[in-house]
Ligand binder design. Sequence first.
Ligand code: ATP
Length: 306
Amino acid sequence: MIQLYQPLNFMGMVYREIKQAIIDIEKMFSVLSRNPEIKDIAGAAPLVVSPGNVRFDDVRFAYDPERPILKGLSFEVPAGKTVAIVGPSGAGKSTISRLLFRLYDVSSGKILIDGQDIRNVTQASLRASIGMVPQDTVLFNDTIRYNIRYGRWDAGDAEVEEAAQLAQIDSFIRNSPKGYETQVGERGLKLSGGEKQRVAIARTVLKAPPILVLDEATSALDSHTEHEIQEALERVSRGRTSLVIAHRLSTIVGADEIIVLDQGRIAERGTHAGLLACGGLYASMWNRQREAEAAREKLAQIDDGN
Ligand code: ATP
């Protein structure tokens, strides 16, 4: 009986592992290829990134032809620089990151990386060159180590831990029940939005792409978490071409250029200091956020006092 049980048990284990792998692959594809209409052209060449210049050239886009979202957008992220996109909710900020990752194709205009139209290169090479830190990071039902290693499968344990340190998530992991072997996901430890985003940053550190797209989570973070994320981002974006879709203006004060998007058009652009001096949309968004932060801090002090 035992002789029969062992192979059956082993087969059960293999079956479970295969099933998990299939679930993971499905999740990966649901993230990467939401749109089956996006195909490589015949004879598509691999993208060559050098030095890593990203350019949007009169880009127009609509999910639904009746409702234009981006209405002729032109800007450049020079190699190694950081450009931040800010603007009211629904302005089309995250759409820009989806277009650069080619989850959708532009309706007209072009997106160029070092002069190559992203529609003419293989999707695999495009996505290998871009590190995407999305708003909602998909976590697999596996260990936290596995979830970070997803950035680069051949990374060794020490590299995974180094990436976690850079992303400011290492001490959180070490304090979890089984450290790096802690299970996360639906059946394991649930991570907050800020923790998930730091896992995504750690993955990106491992992937080490020349181009980085960060789509900041909308959820309000406490100022300590926000500071940690900001520091992690500064480290990972150093020397890389970075496009930051920002909801919290405090995270992009140091950006080389800030583009203020309003209803699919560029309303203002410049540095933080320059835009504040203009006293326009950016300045009023900044003042509103400062007031909201001050009110939140006051409330927290009252809570602490009780
Ligand atoms: P937020 O700051 O709230 O994240 P955003 O500026 O990033 O907003 P987008 O996510 O780019 O805005 O969305 C722009 C507009 O496109 C919104 O009105 C949104 O409802 C719409 N939209 C987004 N995704 C889709 C989709 N898959 N299909 C149809 N419409 C969409």
